[in-house]
Design a protein around this ligand. Structure first.
Ligand code: FPP
Length: 239
């Protein structure tokens, strides 16, 4: 790994985070769950900025899963409102902040207004230092199913042969096409599950589970996760 000017090892190119613990953070304070998500959105802003200063190229966050629709209508609306507000602001500051966006997930279930913000953010994503990938109405299994379906459609249309399918070609049908796999996946809040997040892309990722709740997750927690990542010996199945 190449050392940076400060002699710290270079951070992973791609970090992914399951932003977990917003509900518990709110409960501890006697606040509604939406207040926890609002604090979680603030935490995301801080960490995205910090990733940019560290030189992380890709930050992927689990903002809303295919299972999260089971939550109360109030809570779902609260999360969608926070995303809308964030994207409206981000669209204004995109050039200044040098952040660009991709969205992983089936966006067709989102409100037309939010879909438009996502499309605008993606289409204006050209010159940037860090790319944020928002997983929205995202599920890892769902992503693989839709990739398989689109490959099958290409076969049916005569554009592909079944035996052409390789890991690289399947990757090109995923939401994450063109994005390198994350080297590091962080899950705060003490839970130790993957929860259907980046199932394909995480084949060789290092997982770091931490006890801090997402709204309290600070740049020094990210430093700690990166330090843990560097302590691990990544062998990719070799010796
Ligand atoms: C998981 O915590 C968190 C979510 C399902 C939603 C994450 C959404 C945000 C952080 C806000 C999105 C907006 C922006 C701008 C990033 P949980 O609610 O499951 O927490 P719990 O396990 O403590 O109940």
């Amino acid at each position: 790994m190449a050392p940076t000017e400060t002699n710290k090892p270079a951070p992973p190119r791609h970090i992914a985070i399951i932003m977990d613990g917003n509900g518990r953070w709110a409960k501890q304070r006697g606040l509604p769950r939406t207040a926890g998500h609002a604090a979680g959105a603030e935490s995301f802003r801080r960490i995205a900025n910090y990733c940019r200063t560290l030189g992380v190229e890709y930050l992927t966050v689990y903002a809303f899963s295919t299972e999260n629709w089971k939550r109360s209508a109030d809570e779902v609306a609260g999360i969608m409102r926070l995303l809308r507000r964030y994207l409206e602001e981000a669209l204004q500051d995109m050039e200044k902040n040098k952040v660009c966006f991709r969205f992983f997930g089936d966006l067709s279930k989102l409100s037309p207004e939010l879909q438009k913000l996502c499309r605008d953010a993606e289409s204006r994503s050209t010159d940037y230092d860090v790319q944020v990938n928002f997983c929205l109405n995202y599920g890892g299994r769902d992503e693989i199913v839709q990739a398989a379906r689109r490959f099958a459609q290409d076969v049916a249309a005569g554009n592909r042969q079944p035996e052409e399918l390789t890991e690289e070609i399947l990757s090109d049908y995923l939401y994450s096409a063109g994005v390198p796999d994350p080297e590091l996946i962080i899950r705060p809040s003490g839970e130790k599950r993957t929860s259907n997040f980046l199932l394909w892309q995480s084949a060789y990722s290092e997982y770091v589970f931490m006890n801090v709740l997402w709204p309290d997750f600070s740049p020094s927690d990210l430093d700690e996760a990166i330090a843990e990542y560097h302590r691990r010996n990544r062998r990719f199945g070799g010796t």
